[in-house]
Design a protein around this ligand. Structure first.
Ligand code: ATP
Ligand code: MG
Length: 475
């Protein structure tokens, strides 16, 4: 869509008309204007009014008619109007001043320029007038358009003040750099380095929100590497920082696990993006990719010949729990999924290293369940050798495992396995009270199915149970 068409969209005209009726100077600002020039899709529209943003929001909501929903936040002097996909934010132009211990400013009414000055980056401080008299006029007091053309993120004011006032802006800077493919201007970059410790006044929830946006960009490694370069990584996720570096003993080194992790993360992002439609659930496989080797530093050992990382998947899985808690990431089935992926990420590799037995594949299907495709995507992404022949061979081996999975799944329906004879039936058939032996029998039936001794069917399982009971003299 060309720029003019977008600024002339009916909704923009409508906002301008309502502002004229109220006699309020009104401008569209921030991300929407930036994305207009970048020709990117933009969801929310931010509108600044010199005067009451709430008054304008009320009349816009009225003019939009049925289906429009208005929310007013009196304490902040802001209001939101939603209708279908449309999301409008209204705010009165304001001036801000900060105290040292908080990112919440003291707010006063201000001019448009004062409002633009309080914004985080020059490319986010562009404003376009919506009033009829100057409709479409760009107001760019900080040369944001030049920065936009040069793909530069620069603060409108002294960067040390900008970041010290609201340290969340440091995270936003890294996020925009990652998402838009922009660079931080040298003075902005250095100011983030100097103010990095201020990140500690930001709530973990806000930080996590930015991290998730970085994670969902097309090349998330750019964000994590930048977080490291500006010195924020040690504050946010020191466990990831600990993956950096190579140790050499007797001329044998191991790969830099941080760099490897970055590659795996980008591989997963690429594979998911190639699948088309962006899904919220993609986020969690990306977290699994980021954390898949997080247990390596704690498990690293020199065997005398090579470096080993025994059980790093298990230690890593445990660390996922503590990292999610610390970062205030969800403590629910999403975390369990990430834990499971980290725990299982070595299994397909060990499968292809040995001869691939049906039993081993069935067990993996049983443990991964419906997440087995995601696990295989992670495993493909985990192949980062520089040796092209090796890479090709590993990918092919995984494809063989995947074929075997499909065959076995068709035959044995293992992935959402429910034992064909449950505890209740075992107790009834054998006249047993609830006791540990019931659990043992259930496990024995499950193992027999996974090992291919009996098919995944009720009658076969019952017959096997009776045979076991006889052997154990339970009958
Ligand atoms: P996107 O919506 O694509 O994530 P955005 O730039 O629109 O990016 P929002 O969080 O929607 O970001 O904020 C809208 C605008 O408000 C920004 O463009 C910026 O001008 C301003 N802004 C938001 N957060 C801050 C902040 N912490 N400090 C200064 N200005 C901010
Ligand atoms: Mg926005």
């Amino acid at each position: 869509m060309i720029l003019e068409e977008k600024i002339n969209e009916p909704i923009m005209r409508l906002i301008g008309e309502q502002a004229d009726k109220l006699g309020l100077p009104c401008f569209v600002v921030g991300g929407w204007v930036r994305d207009l020039f970048l020709r990117r899709e933009s969801k929310d529209i931010d509108v600044v009014v010199v005067g009451s943003g709430i008054d304008l929001a009320e009349s816009v909501a009225k003019a939009l008619g049925r289906g429009a929903h208005l929310s007013v936040f009196k304490t902040y002097g802001t209001a939101q109007v939603k209708k279908g996909d449309l999301e409008l934010e209204f705010v009165g132009a304001r001036k801000e001043s900060y105290r040292k211990e908080s990112r919440n400013p003291i707010v006063e009414n201000g001019t448009l320029e004062e409002d633009q000055k309080r914004r985080d980056f020059t490319v986010n401080a562009l404003a376009i007038c919506l009033n009829k008299e100057h409709y479409g006029k760009l107001l760019d007091p900080f040369d944001g358009l030049v920065d936009l053309q040069n793909k530069i993120l620069r603060t409108p004011c002294d960067p040390d003040i900008t970041f010290s006032d609201d340290p969340l802006r440091m995270m936003r800077g890294v996020r925009f750099a990652c998402k838009l493919g922009f660079e931080l201007d040298a003075s902005t970059f250095e100011a983030i380095q100097r103010n990095r410790a201020r990140i500690e006044i930001i709530t973990k929830e806000r930080i996590a929100e930015e991290l998730n946006k970085i994670m969902l960009s097309s090349k998330p490694s750019v964000g994590w590497v930048l977080l490291d370069k500006v010195g924020l990584l040690s504050y946010i996720l020191p466990e990831l920082k600990a993956l950096q570096g190579i140790e050499v003993k007797e001329y044998v080194g191991h790969k830099d696990i941080f760099l490897h992790t970055m590659q795996v993360l980008d591989n997963v992002a690429k594979a998911q993006d190639e699948q088309g439609e962006k899904k919220e659930s993609y986020l969690w496989l990306r977290w699994a990719a980021l954390l898949h080797d997080i247990g390596k530093p704690k498990t690293k050992q020199w065997s005398g010949k090579t470096w080993t990382f025994h059980n790093h998947n298990y230690i890593g899985m445990k660390m996922v729990g503590s990292i999610f808690k610390k970062l205030k990431l969800p403590q629910n089935e999403k975390m369990d999924y990430v834990k499971k992926m980290v725990d299982l990420h070595m299994r397909p590799i060990s499968l292809v290293e040995d001869t691939v037995t049906d039993s081993a594949v069935r067990r993996l299907l049983f443990e991964a369940g419906d997440d087995v495709e995601d696990l295989m995507m992670l495993c493909h992404a985990d192949i980062t050798s520089k040796n092209a022949q090796k890479v090709e061979k590993y990918h092919q081996n995984f494809v063989l495992v995947q074929q075997k999975m499909v065959e076995l799944e068709e035959r044995d329906r293992i992935r959402n396995f429910q034992p064909p004879v449950d505890g209740q039936e075992i107790m009834e058939l054998l006249h047993l009270p609830p006791s540990p032996v019931v659990g043992e029998l259930k496990t024995a039936i499950k193992d027999a199915i996974l090992d291919g001794i009996i098919p995944n069917e009720h009658e076969a399982a019952k017959a096997y149970l009776m045979q076991l009971a006889k052997e154990k003299q339970l009958l």
